[in-house]
Design a protein around this ligand. Structure first.
Ligand code: FES
Length: 95
C-alpha cells in the first residue's frame, strides 16, 4: 500500500510506499530534497509535517529533539507515511 506525499517546497506530489522513507521516495522521484546522512543523525532533512501521519524509525536525539517532535517536526530520512501527508523541508544542510 502506498500514500501520496506532497512536498510543499516544490509543489510536487510523489508516491511513497508504506514501508518506504519519505526522503528516499522524494529523491527517487527527482525531488532535490536536502539530506546528508540519511540515517537520522545530522538533521539535514528536518521537515515540518503539515498534514497526515508518519511513523519514525530510530534516530538521534541530536538530529531531532523531543521539543521539535512536539512542534510537528520530522526527519524525512526516518519517516514512513501512515497516511497521505504534506511535508515542507526547513532548508537546513542542503547537499
Ligand atoms: S539526512 Fe541526516 S538526519 Fe536525515
Amino acid at each position: 500500500m502506498g500514500f501520496r506525499v506532497l512536498v510543499a517546497n516544490t509543489g510536487t506530489t510523489i508516491d511513497c510506499a508504506a514501508d518506504q522513507r519519505i526522503l528516499h521516495a522524494a529523491v527517487g522521484a527527482g525531488v532535490d530534497y536536502p539530506y546528508q546522512c540519511a540515517t537520522g543523525n545530522c538533521a539535514a532533512c528536518i521537515s515540518e509535517l503539515r498534514a497526515g501521519e508518519v511513523s519514525m524509525l530510530p534516530y538521534s536525539d541530536n538530529a531531532l529533539s523531543v521539543a521539535q517532535v512536539a512542534e510537528g517536526k520530522i526527519l524525512a530520512c526516518r519517516a514512513r507515511p501512515l497516511s497521505d501527508v504534506e511535508v515542507v523541508w526547513l532548508g537546513r544542510g542542503r547537499k
